[in-house]
Design a protein around this ligand. Structure first.
Ligand code: ARG
Length: 608
């Protein structure tokens, strides 16, 4: 790991303790205690160490201590033992500021970034087993814009945790049973018998989703009629709806294993899941394991009944099993319906228990929307009460809503922003742009490049925002080439690739030694320092469970690279040695870009 701080901590702590001893001050500072900051302006230096906390012991003002210490360090002989703490030291107000030795640091950064095996791989999670659950769709509807945010977050955070050394297992629970599935089944029975995705030439999950929309259309017609003719409220009308009663009946039949119902259910779920997997393949999302609610909900039911026996839960008048969590401000919550059928949370007990048995984890991360915060609080609390010690290792990675600028996505009315449609329109927009710029020939396969640009635009836009925040997805803005976007970063990668190719043609092979100490201008130094900070950005994203830290890093890297590219001629440098050193820096940036873009699910493009 590139670490410029530790040698300086050691050296400064030593000098501070010696200074204290000489002045009869009782002070012993360890290297780890020193606060090392980055000065707010680069003119102030590369590291800044505040002196405030030593004022009392020295009975001197922090600026005075900084001045004494700076003088001492400047006159100190740096022998080989302290050789990695070489550079200039000055006092700046209450701070001791360090200017690292640029030449020496550049050599280390280039060597590490080009061939360090653990460069960008902080070992902060070595030995940890982390399960990440994400996407987790219901089989009555195709994936929508919210899933795209979920998928990007889950996939990205999994990749980030893995480069930090964790063993990661990506899992997806398919909610394939319940009343919502029965609604689609009922509409299909009523209107669609004999039709198939093939016969209707539709993507199979979209085909299934349309029956869910159909059910809601039918239900609306039925309840509106009841409201009109019988003067009922909307809720009363739903309570009296024959369609709702039939859907409930279908659910009971399914739970009882009625063969015809189970057959229909299998057929429709098969279609739904097959279509979703096609979308995952297309968007670069993958899982190590799929689980199905239908396979774990009985285990969940058992667990609820066990808790009832143990007196952790109680029975309500209508026979439902519930828990009272009002002591934790979590209210009362039904866990199993009065008629014995399971509800959404029932499965989650079975699922968590099954997962821990199957693959004992140190942490299980649920990537699920913020509207389910209450659900997960209740779930984690109850699992603790049921006596599972690993309940404390469960974590809800909650994310906010995502909308298009036009307005809220609504699923019941069938006006939801479909994931496939959105990716298609991004791809079409990217393709039009390639054509408008007459880049078709240059890029080789325009359709493929457009698809990758679309994914870059989508994933960067979604991940650059803190997960907690609600956001708007603006397709046009996401595709813009000038700004903080995925395509802009991809374009930077393509520029470097083209440059390196050209360099190869001019006999710069990349082999042999480079004199990195030649990289001494401010633009080069800023880029080098940013390159060196890559591992820290990865570790920060992992610690915060938030890819936006890495997205911000990528933007900073591109900003520094643009300045370098603008200020420093590369192939046209004054001499070949300097050109070679600058090319080495470009190679280092290219490596970081390839790896970091992959961590935020953005395809790297050599031409675009
Ligand atoms: N399928 C659920 C939904 O669309 C999300 C499942 C989240 N995961 C879980 N273990 N409950 O709302």
């Amino acid at each position: 790991m590139l670490d410029f701080k530790t040698p300086w901590r050691n050296r400064i702590a030593g000098a501070l303790n010696a200074l204290a001893a000489e002045n009869g001050v009782n002070l012993s500072v360890s290297a780890g205690e020193l606060i090392v900051e980055t000065p707010p302006q680069k003119e102030y230096g590369d590291l800044g160490i505040p002196m405030f906390s030593f004022a009392k012991a020295f009975r001197k003002g922090p600026p005075q201590i900084a001045a004494l210490l700076a003088e001492r360090l400047s006159t100190e002989r740096t022998d080989s033992a302290a050789s990695s703490a070489r550079g200039k030291v000055i006092a700046h107000g209450p701070y001791l500021n360090v200017f690292l030795d640029r030449g020496e640091s550049a050599a280390r950064i280039i060597a590490e970034a080009l061939s360090g095996a653990d460069f960008g791989r902080p070992g902060t999670l070595a030995g940890k087993r982390i399960m990440v659950e994400f996407s987790s769709p219901n089989t009555n509807k195709p994936l929508h814009l919210g899933h795209l945010r979920n998928d990007a977050l889950g996939e990205s955070i999994s990749r980030i945790l893995a480069v930090c050394g964790a063993e990661v297992r990506k899992v997806c629970i398919i909610n394939d049973r319940g009343i919502h599935i029965c609604k689609s089944m009922l509409a299909y029975q009523d209107h669609g018998a004999g039709k198939t995705p093939e016969s209707e030439k539709k993507k199979s999950d979209h085909f299934v989703g349309e029956w869910y929309v159909q059910f809601n259309r039918d239900l609306k017609a039925e309840t509106e009629e009841l409201v009109k003719t019988e003067g009922l409220t909307k809720d009363e009308a739903e309570g009296r709806s024959a369609l709702m009663a039939r859907a409930q009946e279908l659910l009971r039949k399914w739970e009882a294993g009625d063969p015809a119902t189970v057959d229909l259910w299998k057929k429709m779920n098969g279609w739904a899941v097959e279509g979703m997997k096609e979308t995952y393949r297309r968007t670069g999302i993958s899982f190590d394991q799929f689980d199905f609610e239908s396979q774990v909900y009985l285990l969940g039911k058992q667990e609820v009944l066990k808790g009832l026996e143990q007196g952790i839960f109680y029975r309500e008048e209508d026979g439902a099993v519930a828990v009272d969590l009002s002591a934790e401000n979590l209210d009362k919550k039904v866990l199993l319906r009065g008629d014995g059928t399971s509800i959404y949370i029932t499965q989650d007990f079975g699922l968590a228990i099954f997962r821990h048995q199957d693959w004992p984890f140190d942490r299980l991360v649920y990537v699920v929307g913020s509207e389910q915060q209450y659900h997960f609080k209740v779930l984690f609390s109850i699992l603790g009460k049921l006596g599972y010690p690993w309940a404390k290792d469960l974590y809800h990675l909650s994310y906010g809503m995502v909308n298009l600028p036009e307005g809220k996505m609504k699923s019941r009315e069938g006006t939801v922003v479909d994931a496939d449609d959105l990716v298609n329109s991004l791809r079409d927009m990217a393709l039009r742009e390639i054509r408008a710029k007459e880049r078709e020939e240059a890029v080789g396969d325009p359709a493929l490049v457009a698809e990758k640009v679309a994914l870059g635009a989508l994933h960067y836009y979604l991940l650059q925002v803190n997960p907690q925040k609600d956001m708007l997805f603006d397709p046009k803005e996401s595709l813009s080439f000038n700004g903080n976007t995925g395509p802009y970063l991809q374009y930077m990668g393509a520029r470097i690739s083209a440059l390196l190719k050209k360099a190869g043609e001019q006999g710069f092979s990349g082999a042999g030694s480079v004199d990195a100490a030649l990289l001494s201008t401010d633009a080069e130094w800023e880029l080098l320092k940013t390159a060196a900070a890559y591992g820290e950005a990865v570790a920060e994203s992992a610690a915060r469970m938030d890819p936006s830290a890495l997205a911000a890093y990528l933007y900073e890297l591109s900003r520094c690279f643009s300045r370098f590219y603008h200020d420093c001629p590369i192939l046209g440098a004054e001499n070949r040695a300097l050109a070679g050193a600058r090319l080495a820096l470009c190679r280092a940036v290219e490596r970081i870009l390839r790896e970091a873009l992959n961590l935020v699910c953005i395809p790297f493009l050599e031409t675009m």
